[in-house]
Design a protein around this ligand. Structure first.
Ligand code: AMP
Length: 283
């Protein structure tokens, strides 16, 4: 596996792969790899000839009071893990490469970015779509793979790729969880032992919501109230949002059907913001 940091190198490698008729699979990440990231890389390896994983902690998707400065990183550890998954190129550009002086552009997907995480993290998704538009142009992928852990992000990326005619297949990958049920996340490294029960309330309350949805004829409001009650039993938890939406449009739904998706964002001790989601029926 080759580690590449410059724009000239990544562009010439990607172009060479294309000239050789090889299909490129892209896995964009911010590093601190866990099994969630690695499963995306393995899927890319299965589906394409050459896998490019990008590792870039994108400053423009963090708000002023968020964890950009403390975001965990360990390039050497990540390098070894990516290599084991068969990644061909680990592209780790620095801030200057991605955002040189006078950088002034912004990719904005309207509507979908104002709700859910977008409501409490203004500008976050513009940062995500802007960096992805750049990474797509730099790495020329045929396929790009994203986790359903970031469910709203995936919907926004699909919208952007359709709207802007990027010739890229976007694939989603199911959430990878710890055996406890906790959705894997780089931010889980911030959790202290005594915060684990509170963190587990997300996946547990989702399981409870699924149970309610399957067993009883309940509407979305009743399920949301039940989930809220479960989560706020933990004094460490403050709820950012609990919503049940249509999985394709992300618009709120009241009646539960096979397209209903529950999405949660919860802060633990006001330090760690965790998200989780699942289909309510199905699975
Ligand atoms: P991040 O490094 O957090 O930006 O994540 C990089 C990619 O990994 C995104 O597509 C995420 O949705 C995906 N990802 C993160 N955590 C998980 C997980 N637990 N299961 C599946 N995919 C994940």
């Amino acid at each position: 596996m080759k580690v590449v940091t410059t724009l000239a190198d990544i562009q010439s490698i990607a172009q060479r792969f294309r000239d050789e008729g090889l299909r490129i699979g892209l896995v964009p990440t911010m590093g601190c790899f866990h099994e969630g990231h690695l499963s995306l890389m393995r899927k890319a390896k299965e589906k394409t000839d050459k896998v490019i994983t990008t590792l870039f902690v994108n400053p423009i998707q963090f708000g002023p009071s968020e964890d950009l400065d403390s975001y965990p990183h360990d390039l050497e550890r990540d390098r070894k893990l990516a290599e084991k998954c068969g990644v061909d190129i680990l592209y780790a550009p620095d801030n200057k490469t991605m955002y040189p002086k006078r950088f002034a552009s912004n990719v904005h997907v309207a509507g979908l970015t104002d709700i859910l995480c977008g409501a409490s993290r203004p500008g976050h998704f513009d940062g995500v779509t802007t960096v992805l538009a750049k990474l797509f142009n730099q790495t020329l992928p045929h396929v790009a793979i994203f986790g359903e852990k970031d469910f709203q992000q995936l919907a926004i990326i699909r919208r952007m790729v359709t709207d802007l005619d990027f010739p890229i297949d976007i694939l989603g990958h199911p959430i990878v969880r710890e055996t406890s049920g906790l959705a894997m996340s780089s931010r889980n490294t911030y959790l202290r032992d005594n915060e684990m029960e509170a963190a587990l309330s997300l996946s547990r309350s989702i399981a409870y919501a699924q149970d309610l949805a399957r067993r009883e004829k309940v509407d979305a409001t009743a399920i949301i109230q039940a989930v809220e009650k479960e989560i706020t039993r933990h004094k460490e938890c403050s709820i950012d949002y609990i919503e049940i939406v249509n999985c394709r449009t992300l618009s709120s739904c009241t009646i539960i059907d096979s397209e209903s998706q529950i999405l949660l964002a919860v802060k633990i001790n006001n330090r760690i913001r965790l998200i989780d989601n699942s289909q309510l029926l199905g699975n």
